[in-house]
Design a protein around this ligand. Structure first.
Ligand code: 13P
Ligand code: SF4
Length: 380
């Protein structure tokens, strides 16, 4: 089925879209979710694989999965950790497709990266396709400004977008280092093309770098701005967003302040600018965890990020009151694709010597994406 935007729509986990970042359906013969022995099976498989296996878990993963992670983290920490384990033969990535791609790029040729469910993609990453970004660059060339523009892509993008940034003198950033990456980019050129999350780009540029909202131009790949608008802009923000963080509104903040007097509002920078403006604190998932860990007992917090993490924070800090910023439930549906049956299936297959759902990035893309990622990892 094609949508107005030209992107096909598939029911998650079914059918195949070769142009989508998220990949395809999962081919596995999965154990039943109701199997009471799943925890024990995962534990045994992990034990059998020993040091050959390294399991990475993003903070937005389900509890049933995160309990088997050797390291948990935000996308920056997980990229660092993947690069720091050259001895592990198998890296099982409990996260989404672009994270597993980054792990494959940063690990050695002999290491195999496995994503337990290939349908665990990211709708934000899908909002910037390689062809669209190439076309945007041609438009910048026609406007006579491409050589003044440094492309910076958020980690939440496909490997070929990262490679595009590597080829064109740019870098990658995460929500933990977006300010440093933008500072670096403005040292290299006059303008930045920020992909694919307009909110992280705008929040960082305006709230942390002192740029004005007028310096920011939204680039809609379906209706590109004029050459004149592009020449005027300081930062060109790709029209992408996170469907999970994009749900929080300024009203959610007003409402929670009414419901919970004295509450501290803590949000992720993927939230809209007006939400971040109304919040008390803004930062990456690692920052959010640190902030709550340091908060005094009895303090009250409303957190605007993915619900698996917010629920876990409530369990981790029972002496503090932790609420979800919105009244409606808001999980990341693709992060949630990785469940215990998929993890058990992936691990038991490895025990049998069968590598399933391996994520591989081709050599040329790997080379240029690594150039961009290494620039990020070298940021001061
Ligand atoms: P971080 O892990 O960089 O905070 O990003 C959040 C996110 O949306 C991951 O998909
Ligand atoms: Fe993508 Fe948002 Fe889900 Fe992260 S939380 S994987 S950015 S859709």
């Amino acid at each position: 089925m094609a949508t107005q935007t030209g992107l096909p729509l598939f029911v998650l986990g079914q059918d195949t879209d070769p142009h989508s970042e998220k990949g395809v359906d999962c081919p596995g013969e999965l154990p039943a979710a109701s199997d009471p022995g799943l925890v024990e099976r995962a534990r045994k498989a992990k034990e059998a694989l020993g040091d050959r296996l390294f399991v990475l878990g993003h903070h937005y993963q389900r509890d049933e999965v995160i309990q088997f992670a050797d390291v948990t983290g935000d996308s920056f920490k997980l990229a660092q950790q993947a690069a720091a384990r050259p001895e592990a033969e198998y890296i099982v990535f409990c996260g989404v497709h672009f994270m597993a791609e980054s792990a494959d790029i940063l690990t050695g040729d002999a290491q195999k990266v496995i994503l337990p469910d290939l349908a665990a993609g990211c709708s934000m990453a899908d909002m910037a396709t390689f062809d669209q970004v190439e076309e945007a660059w041609e438009i910048l060339e026609d406007a006579g400004i491409a050589d003044t523009v440094v492309p910076v892509t958020y980690m939440n993008s496909s490997a070929d977008i990262k490679a595009f940034c590597g080829r064109h003198g740019g870098t990658v950033c995460t929500s933990s280092n977006a300010k440093r990456a933008l500072e670096w980019a403005f040292e290299q050129g006059e303008k930045v093309l920020f992909l694919p999350d307009q909110h992280l780009g705008r929040n960082t540029a305006v709230l942390e770098m002192g740029l004005s909202l007028e310096d920011c131009l939204v680039y809609n790949p379906h209706r590109p701005p004029s050459a004149e608008e592009l020449r005027r802009a300081k930062i060109i923000l790709w029209k992408g967003h996170c469907s999970v963080h994009g749900r929080f509104t300024a009203d959610s903040v007003d409402d929670v302040r009414r419901r919970i007097p004295g509450v501290n509002v803590l949000v992720h920078p993927e939230c809209k600018h007006e939400v971040v403006l109304k919040a008390d604190h803004v930062g990456s998932t690692e920052y959010i965890i640190k902030k709550l860990a340091e908060a005094p007992a009895g303090s009250k917090w409303a957190v605007g990020t993915e619900l698996n993490l917010v629920k876990r924070l409530g369990q981790m800090f029972p002496d503090k009151s932790v609420s979800f910023l919105d009244k409606t439930v808001c999980y990341c549906s693709t992060m949630n694709r990785i469940d215990l049956p998929h993890l058990v299936w992936a691990l038991e297959s490895l025990v049998l010597g069968e590598v399933v759902n391996q994520i591989t990035v081709d050599a040329d893309t790997t080379h240029w994406a690594k150039v961009a990622l290494d620039r990020m990892l070298a940021l001061p």
